[in-house]
Design a protein around this ligand. Structure first.
Ligand code: ARG
Length: 468
């Protein structure tokens, strides 16, 4: 196709077509409005392909040089905003190729030798996503660092730990934050794994069956920094499982942010009053002057629905497709782009927000005291005095009942009253009934004792400074 013909694609695809595409169909089928953001990957892929074509003697050195020159100019044009994207040219690939041919003539037309847009687009999306994964992993590391900082400062701060949102046992607030560090570290791990499978080269698969030109696919993969070559042409041009896997990993990361957001919203409500958030992450109300709303965590929770929705969209996009390439796959881009944008913005904002959490230790501690959070400690105390755990559990249930009736904490019951629940209870019981005693007692690997929290902080610091 000559550049002239490419320009006139709106009128007819090739000599085969006898009527022009309607404007509506053109708009419906075009992707250039959104896939132009793949331009860097498209140029990099084309340059690697051209270099290999020249090395294999499939195109001449002069053509290769002309392609390099043309692409350098196109790169500058796109960067400066001067590039004229044309809807009639359908997508990013045809737009760049047409401009190349306009700039360097026949050499531009030779670039597409041994290649199809099917293996080209699959390559572009993989290259683009690989780099985005790297950016996201860096943000996850930064977020973990921010959480570790706050966790260390709050190793000794006591929060009521909940199960069923009922006060269960006291935990260190630092320990609670480190739970999210674990989640985000697994998110980074998952993304690193997805990256390996994303970073493989489809180019050379051509439309679906491979090509009759003597291509050196390994060379192209090396040039592009890819870890390998897709080994089946039909699979290479058609499956988007790497994008789906990525969306699943992104959904999990968003879900972790969303759980954290839910807690921030609860903690900030007057009924908890455990934290405050810096004003710059909140908004007021136009009608209620007293309001300060945690908009950022609420939006993050909301945007999680959007990212999970994109995962469902991509899965559904794939499910009915026969081999090999189908145009359905053009629909992979918008959900993928939006997933990347939403996740990156959310992580960026949370890196800042975490440092803006104002902790209210007294309120947390008061809430832990209100909920009989040391009942398990009393049961454990009785077990250590020789009672079977079930009997200890029963005795403590009676004690809690009486404490509720009297409106006091377990430690507020006089020794004589406590002894009515079991005679083995002695003066030493009061040490275990305090929140701090309970916290310090859980000095097991992975437990909430401040000593364990500090050990975990050190482990995370070492791990994060090595970039993993
Ligand atoms: N814009 C298309 C996409 O995103 C490029 C591949 C088109 N291939 C084709 N045979 N029409 O999937």
């Amino acid at each position: 196709m000559s550049s002239n013909q490419l320009d006139k694609k709106s009128q007819a695809w090739s000599a085969l077509f006898s009527e022009p595409m309607s404007e509506l169909v053109q708009r419906y089928t075009a992707s250039v409005g959104f896939d132009q953001r793949l331009w860097r990957a498209d140029i990099d892929g084309s340059l690697a392909h051209a270099e290999m074509l020249a090395a294999q003697g499939i195109i001449g050195a002069d053509d290769h040089a002309a392609i390099q020159r043309g692409m350098a100019q196109i790169r500058a044009e796109i960067e400066s905003g001067a590039f004229d994207w044309k809807l009639a040219l359908e997508d990013v690939h045809l737009n760049i190729e047409a401009r190349l041919t306009q700039l360097v003539g026949d050499a531009g037309k030779r670039l597409h030798t041994g290649r199809s847009r099917n293996d080209q687009v699959a390559t572009d999306v993989r290259l683009w996503l690989r780099d985005e994964i790297d950016a996201i992993v860096l943000l996850l590391i930064e977020l973990q660092r921010a959480l570790v900082e706050v966790a260390e400062k709050n190793a000794e701060v006591i929060l009521p730990g909940f199960t069923h949102l009922q006060v269960a046992q006291p935990v260190s607030f630092g320990h609670h934050l480190l739970a999210y560090v674990e989640m985000f570290s697994r998110d980074a791990e998952r993304l690193a794994d997805v990256r390996r499978r994303t970073n493989r080269l489809p180019l050379g698969s051509a439309a679906l069956a491979g090509t009759s030109y003597p291509l050196d696919r390994e060379r192209v993969a090396r040039t592009l920094g890819m870890e390998g070559v897709c080994q089946n042409s039909l699979d290479a041009v058609s499956d988007r499982d790497f994008a789906i896997e990525f969306s699943a990993a992104a959904s999990l990361a968003m879900i972790h942010v969303s759980r954290f957001s839910e807690e921030l919203v609860l903690w900030m409500s007057q009924n908890f009053g455990f934290i405050d958030l810096a004003d710059r992450f909140c908004t007021g109300s136009s009608i209620m002057p007293q309001k300060k709303n945690p908009d950022v965590p609420e939006l993050a929770r909301g945007k999680t629905g959007r990212v999970v929705g994109h995962l469902m969209g991509l899965l559904t996009l794939m499910k009915g497709q026969p081999l090999a390439y189908n145009k359905d796959n053009q629909e992979d881009k918008e959900p993928l782009f939006d997933t990347v944008d939403t996740l990156k913005d959310t992580l960026r904002i949370f890196c800042e927000l975490v440092g803006g959490i104002v902790v209210k230790p007294e309120a947390m501690e008061r809430a832990a005291l209100r909920g009989y959070a040391t009942a398990t400690d009393l049961a454990d105390y009785l077990v250590k005095k020789g009672l079977p755990f079930r009997d200890a559990h029963e005795a403590v249930a009676h004690a809690v009942k009486v404490a509720i009736q009297q409106g006091v904490d377990l430690a507020g019951l006089p020794l004589a009253t406590l002894q009515t629940f079991h005679p083995a209870i002695g003066e030493d019981v009061f040490a275990v009934l305090t929140l701090r005693g309970s916290l310090n007692a859980r000095n097991v690997l992975g437990g909430t004792a401040p000593a364990q929290v500090r050990a975990q902080v050190a482990r995370h610091r070492a791990r994060l400074s090595s970039g993993s």
